[in-house]
Design a protein around this ligand. Structure first.
Ligand SMILES: Cc1cc2nc3c(=O)[nH]c(=O)nc-3n(C[C@H](O)[C@H](O)[C@H](O)COP(=O)(O)OP(=O)(O)OC[C@H]3O[C@@H](n4cnc5c(N)ncnc54)[C@H](O)[C@@H]3O)c2cc1C
Length: 507
């Protein structure tokens, strides 16, 4: 089966892929193993990786409803602090730093063996590359990276775009593409005046019909929407809310910080903070004055607990709450979506691509093409390219072997630079959806939902549980600075509980 273009709605009314006779992984004409987007998407959304994670874990609650101790609980005694923070990502670290600066006794519990969460520089290629966050988005209001050196990243189209035949678009054609994007955004604004919501895919189709766009213009519009909507929201065009576009959009991608800068930033924030790594939280009991937090290394307790686990983890329900979280919180968790945005890094023995640009674009109607490729040689000092996939395509890529994902990227590169280009010497492929401590890349507002749900996600519960993290940020969701500010906000909420720092501790 050839999966040429899978943006259209499935022909049947049921969930995508249900009843499909195709196997999830089909052989393409060119030999690449590519999954059927619709059926795999359904399979991944409904089963992996949550069920597999859950089935590997022993039962947490007995048939009588009593909480059973985790099998690997090695430390039966309780460790008590004034504030427990779950998660050593930027939100947890910002909160911890704020509280420690006010003399609070704080301990951070982190499931991974490293800090930073979705900020992660990997050295797998021999040079540091940002597998998670890289750009200081909207640097004007960025509290952390405001001074990040500008590298020419902007909200404009890349200066170099190729069509499917490997022809580089002229300046006039690039200008038409930029105009088309502006026209479409004006149309989006018009649609937002009407009641109700629709998806970007529907709006794109309506706009193309109303304007009687040519085939080339249609693929140009698809290209700008994939790069500016899907790559920003991490949700596919068919599932992202049109009505909430302005509220939930984090906008400009200016100021690429680079791996080493982020590592320095994290180390500075984490300095002298007691962080318990490889300490995965499985249950939170807030029935008593002190909240008990059950982890793989023991039970911790504190009058205040700040939860910064990603939305994907909260959605998976692999962390149990007693009593269950209030309905408003559960509605917010269910109503927001965890998007998927992945990066592929490929290292070559030489540069063969255009060097006079910060991004290279490929016009395409196929979900398998890679529309946005970033040359990194000037930033990392080696011939490295970075490419993105988002939404359903990214989910499907996660079901493929890394070599097949790289082969698919090479097909796009050959369209632009010919068949003689060298093969990569090494690669790194991110899989944020499969990551058990993230279960997705960042949150977005699906069609029919609202950005204001983030306020309910952020709201404290019972005066003891507090919430932070990118998904709780109404003004700057899905970003590093939104997560950072949410941590500071939650620290102030805890401070406003008026417990005197370092006084009420009874060990
Ligand atoms: C590929 C990618 C690209 C991105 N690009 C950008 C960008 O260019 N610019 C930008 O501003 N933002 C970007 N982001 C988003 C940004 O990375 C996040 O918004 C931000 O880092 C989230 O911080 P956080 O503290 O809310 O969550 P996290 O960083 O996810 O921290 C949460 C922590 O909780 C831990 N945890 C989870 N479960 C448990 C448990 N059960 N017990 C204990 N600990 C647990 C996790 O291990 C993690 O360390 C990107 C994200 C991704 C994935």
């Amino acid at each position: 089966m050839t999966c040429t273009f899978s943006y259209s709605k499935p022909p049947h009314a049921g969930p995508p892929g249900v009843g499909s006779k195709h196997s999830p992984v089909d052989k393409q004409k060119n030999g690449l193993k590519r999954p059927d987007v619709q059926s795999l998407y359904h399979q991944l959304e409904t089963t992996a990786p949550r069920d597999s994670a859950a089935s590997a874990t022993p039962p947490l609650v007995s048939s009588e409803g009593i909480w059973l101790p985790p099998a690997n609980l090695v430390e039966p005694t309780k460790t008590r602090t004034q504030v427990l923070i779950i998660g050593a990502g930027i939100a947890g670290l910002a909160a911890a730093r704020t509280l420690i600066n006010s003399d609070y006794d704080v301990r951070v519990l982190e499931a991974r063996d490293r800090i930073g969460g979705r900020i992660w520089s990997s050295n797998a290629l021999g040079v540091p590359v940002d597998v998670g966050a890289a750009w200081g988005t909207g640097t004007r209001e960025h509290p952390v990276l405001g001074a990040a050196k500008q590298h020419g990243q902007s909200n404009d189209l890349p200066s170099i775009v190729y069509d499917q035949d490997g022809r580089r678009l002229t300046d006039a054609e690039l200008q038409s593409l930029a105009d088309l994007r502006q026209d479409f955004l004006a149309y989006v604004k018009q649609c937002q005046q009407r009641p109700g919501d629709s998806s970007f895919l529907d709006a794109e189709a309506d706009f193309a019909d109303i304007r009687k766009l040519t085939a080339l213009q249609r693929s140009g519009l698809r290209y700008v929407n994939r790069t500016f909507i899907e790559h920003e929201w991490a949700g596919s065009l068919e599932e992202s809310s049109l009505a909430e576009y302005d509220q939930a959009f984090h906008g400009l991608r200016d100021g690429h910080s680079g791996g080493r800068d982020q590592e320095r930033l994290l180390a500075e924030l984490a300095k002298d903070i007691p962080i318990q790594k490889q300490c995965e939280v499985s249950r939170i009991d807030y029935t008593k004055t002190d909240v008990d937090v059950w982890t793989t290394t023991g039970i911790f307790s504190a009058p205040y607990v700040l939860i910064t686990m990603p939305l994907g983890v909260l959605k998976s329900e692999k962390v149990l709450f007693r009593p269950a979280l209030p309905q408003s919180k559960r509605t917010a968790i269910a109503g927001l979506r965890m998007g998927v945005f992945n990066k592929v890094f490929v290292r070559f023995d030489r540069v063969f691509w255009d060097t006079d640009c910060d991004r290279i674009g490929l016009l395409s109607n196929s979900v398998w093409d890679w529309p946005e490729i970033i040359p990194l040689q000037d930033r990392v000092g080696e011939p490295v390219l970075m490419a993105f996939s988002a939404g359903r395509t990214a989910l499907c890529n996660e079901a493929m072997a890394s070599e097949d994902v790289v082969d698919s990227l090479m097909s796009s590169l050959r369209k632009m630079y010919g068949s003689e280009i060298p093969n990569p010497i090494s690669h790194t492929v991110s899989r944020w959806h499969a990551d058990p401590h993230s279960l997705g890349s960042y949150s977005f507002v699906p069609t029919g939902s609202v950005n204001t749900l983030r306020a309910a996600l952020a709201a404290p519960v019972a005066g003891r549980l507090f919430f932070a993290g990118e998904a709780t940020s109404q003004p700057f969701p899905s970003t590093v600075h939104g997560a950072y500010l949410s941590g500071v906000r939650a620290a102030f909420e805890i401070r406003s509980r008026k417990i005197a720092p370092q006084t009420s501790m009874i060990s």
